[in-house]
Design a protein around this ligand. Structure first.
Ligand code: SAH
Length: 374
């Protein structure tokens, strides 16, 4: 049987159209979406002002829960990482990072990734499929459920809720733009999550035409670009996307984005010893950033499988940051969070999906996504 569409994937208008089709009142769409996104119910039965008959129609037509928690791990620093199983047996990861009163969630947008960046763990598993908008929203709802169930409070003394979303988990969000756009619109919707556009950041490896599309669609979000290197030859060697859209093209898209949105762009810059964390690289980064409305988010390499790529020493990092700051370019260093729970993108799901793929290639079917106890 084909897996039913996730009800959270639907826009209000789509839900209204379906209600009309099944002879129900379209205004119910607002009530249903309030249950889904404001009350954040976990089953249709909790929608008490919706008739049992309509609840049953919905349950027949749409899934409400598409992700099963496989495990979650809590770091000593409060970072939590989840491994979810999708309805078709794949594994994806979600990370919640509490910091400075904020509860940021790093969501996956695809199962695996096709971009094949040399330093990235997710790349090693290959690409399986896009996540549905409802599945991405469910990653976020799961975090809210966790905060509620564990009585985690915000600085105002209320039960905490997710405050910021970063589309920086597994996958290339701009290769799943239709669904990412839906997610941002639902999060931004004043009647639903009411999350400001500045609290959502979509990160791309540099899929240039889609950057323009993001502006054309007016997707409510900020933009981050994984620049990682200022040198075409090296960038192409670690990020194949650079062969199609080299740095000049990427910067044209960035300039166009800044001109049309009047927003900052964030450049993510992974610091790799002797490669991107050198005085020369700092100089090149300044040349690119100084004339633009950009901020740099430096990330220390999380050592992966490549024996040629290493994290820089703390002194090398400090020297790099000082050089960039001296040129008045804004740069912050993302401190490593949740190292004890392998919180970096793809580290956990990598192994699980790889096992699945091998089973698949051997002619076996994927393992069942039977619910596991948490
Ligand atoms: N595909 C999107 C989003 C996912 S990657 C993108 O490329 O932006 C999110 C961020 O993690 C990117 O900035 C990427 O450069 C960084 N990253 C990937 N692997 C890493 C590693 N091993 N160590 C540090 N950062 C890494």
């Amino acid at each position: 049987m084909e897996w039913p569409l996730n009800i959270k994937t639907l826009t209000t208008d789509e839900l209204k159209a379906w209600l009309r089709d099944v002879d129900e009142k379209p205004f119910r769409a607002d009530q249903i979406q309030k249950w889904l996104f404001c009350q954040q119910v976990r089953s249709y039965d909790e929608m008490v002002n919706i008739s049992p008959a309509l609840r049953e129609k919905m349950a027949k037509q749409f899934s409400l829960r598409a992700l099963t928690e496989d495990q979650h791990m809590v770091s000593v620093d409060g970072t939590v990482k989840w491994l979810f199983t999708t309805h078709d047996g794949y594994h994806i990861e979600t990370v919640m990072i509490p910091a400075n009163g904020r509860f940021s969630v790093c969501v996956s947008t695809q199962v695996g990734c096709a971009m094949n960046c040399a330093f990235c763990r997710t790349a090693k598993m290959g690409f399986f499929r896009n996540l549905e908008a409802g599945e991405i929203l469910e990653e976020i709802l799961n975090v809210n459920w966790y905060l509620k169930d564990n009585n985690i409070f915000n600085e105002e003394g209320e039960i905490a809720q997710v405050t910021n979303i970063i589309f920086m988990g597994m996958g290339e969000p701009l290769n799943n733009l239709e669904n990412v756009h839906r997610v941002c619109c639902t999060l931004h919707n004043q009647k639903l999550f009411n999350m400001g556009a500045k609290r959502m950041t979509v990160s791309t490896s540099g899929v240039v035409p889609r950057i323009k599309e993001l502006v054309d669609r007016n997707t409510p979000c900020c933009l981050a670009i994984s620049l990682n290197s200022t040198n075409n030859e090296y960038r192409s060697s670690v990020m194949p996307v650079n062969n199609i859209w080299p740095i000049e093209k990427l910067l044209e898209a960035v300039d166009d984005y800044i001109r049309r949105t009047d927003n900052y762009v964030t450049f993510e810059f992974v610091l790799i010893q002797n490669i991107t964390c050198t005085p020369k690289a700092a100089k090149e980064l300044i040349r690119i950033c100084a004339p633009r409305r950009v901020k740099v988010n430096a990330i220390i390499l999380n050592d992966g499988d490549d024996p040629n790529l290493h994290a820089p020493t703390p002194d090398e990092v400090d020297t790099f940051l000082a050089a960039v700051r001296a040129a008045q370019v804004q740069i912050t260093i993302r401190t490593a969070r949740g190292r004890d729970i392998l919180a970096a993108c793809g580290q956990l799901a990598y192994k699980k999906n790889k096992d699945n793929q091998e089973a698949f290639e051997r002619g076996h079917s994927l393992p069942d996504a039977t619910p596991m106890s948490n």
